[in-house]
Design a protein around this ligand. Structure first.
Ligand SMILES: NC(=O)c1ccc[n+]([C@@H]2O[C@H](COP(=O)([O-])OP(=O)(O)OC[C@H]3O[C@@H](n4cnc5c(N)ncnc54)[C@H](O)[C@@H]3O)[C@@H](O)[C@H]2O)c1
Ligand SMILES: [Zn+2]
Length: 362
């Protein structure tokens, strides 16, 4: 078991990484304090892990279970209201604590409920997808989607603790595992050359879910994110580098109606396209660009998708990370380093989009 402490201006909490962690969750400091505990999870995850999860809690400590159906279309305010109503009806008060037990959707939405229920109650993250473990459970971003776009409503609300149990990944479908690994490749590219090299050399082991290899990737990814968030909690500077691959990745997700690709897969495509711009601007040398490309592809296959240049460009223009009138891209500037550029030209963006559209079909 390892602990990484996340220290920001407004919060200080441990991320505990290890195996067979349910007993440690039940013993968590926050859960030994007074207050009713609630688990927010999905029926699918609960069917796989619920019995084992509850068995870790003593009879008089059993949490109340609330469900959110799986899928991005349920990450909506209607579900926030329903869950909050269920909390109120079950007698939740300001001393209550939520345990978000699931992937990034559960973490974001339960975190958002915790952020606003009675103006804010405590919550604990127990991420069950690789993406949620290496990325979304750390950093305090919570929220919901609007019909107009993803994550347009939300709040910063840090958990009191995060428990990253590698064993729960046993039931995670391969495609979901790979999607999370793309975010770890991103972590290596932008800020941790050792993580990148490890992922470059050990794709076989990692994809075969070798626990030691997975633990190393997960720990390094979380350490990277915790370090960035500690310096720039509210994404006014450094935290933007976490968006490598995300400008076009988000555009691909939007242009394909969030159906063709998982988030991590869209980000992998987005990183490949951003590499074209990086290569063009010579922020990375050709050898480094090729190593990054090969390492992304090693965690594929990347599913094909279909869209039009117009749709992609329109979606890229709407990205909420853009500042008025600029096109913001994160570009690697070597392996383990990245820069944020705001002056990507229309021609560069067009070239990246053309590259995507010629490579995205089978
Ligand atoms: N807050 C942040 O900083 C942040 C960062 C990145 C992504 N996100 C958000 O995260 C969400 C995506 O999260 P995700 O990729 O975890 O998707 P997800 O929550 O939809 O989970 C993916 C699928 O895996 C299933 N699943 C989860 N754990 C499982 C397990 N252990 N075994 C078997 N099946 C399991 C789920 O039921 C679901 O069908 C998006 O909404 C995105 O906006 C947030
Ligand atoms: Zn992402």
């Amino acid at each position: 078991m390892r602990t990484i402490q996340v220290r920001t201006a407004s919060a200080d909490y441990p991320v505990i990484i290890g195996r067979n962690l349910f007993p440690a969750i039940a013993r968590a400091k926050r859960l030994r304090q007074p207050g009713q505990a609630f688990v927010v999870t999905s029926p699918e995850i609960w069917a796989l892990w619920g019995r084992k999860f509850l068995a870790a809690f003593s009879k008089d400590q059993q949490p109340t279970v609330l469900f959110l159906p799986a899928g991005e279309r349920f990450k909506r305010l209607a579900q926030v209201e329903r869950l909050a109503t269920e909390l109120a009806e079950a007698g939740a008060d300001r001393s209550s604590v939520l345990i978000a037990f699931g992937g990034g959707i559960i973490g974001d939405l339960a975190g958002f409920v915790a952020a606003i229920y009675m103006r804010g109650i405590d919550y604990i993250q127990v991420p069950t997808t690789l993406l949620a473990q290496v990325d979304s459970s750390v950093g305090g971003k919570t929220g919901a989607n609007l019909a107009s776009g993803k994550n347009l409503i939300g709040s910063f609300h840090h958990p009191r603790a995060v428990f990253v149990d590698i064993d729960v990944l046993q039931t995670l479908p391969n495609r979901e595992l790979r999607a999370g690994l793309f975010e770890s490749v991103k972590a290596g590219v932008i800020r941790d050359a050792a993580l990148f090299r490890f992922m470059e050399k050990n794709a076989g082991k990692i994809l075969a879910r070798d626990p030691a290899a997975l633990e190393r990737v997960i720990t390094a990814s979380i350490r990277m994110k915790a370090g960035v968030v500690a310096i720039d909690e509210r994404e006014s500077g450094l935290r933007m580098i976490l968006n490598f691959g995300h400008t076009l990745g988000h555009a691909i997700e939007a242009a394909t109606n969030y159906r063709a690709l998982l988030h991590g897969e869209a980000i992998a495509w987005g990183m490949l396209a951003a590499l074209q711009i990086a290569h063009f601007r010579k922020t990375v040398g050709p050898d480094q660009a090729e190593r990054i490309r090969q390492t992304i592809l090693a965690y594929g296959p990347l599913p094909a998708f279909r869209t039009t240049p117009a749709k992609l460009l329109a979606a890229a223009g709407r990205d909420k990370k853009n500042r008025a009138g600029t096109r913001r891209f994160v570009l690697p500037s070597g392996i383990g380093d990245a820069i944020v550029v705001e002056d990507v030209t229309e021609a560069e963006l067009d070239a990246a989009v053309v590259w995507l559209l010629t490579h995205c079909r089978e």
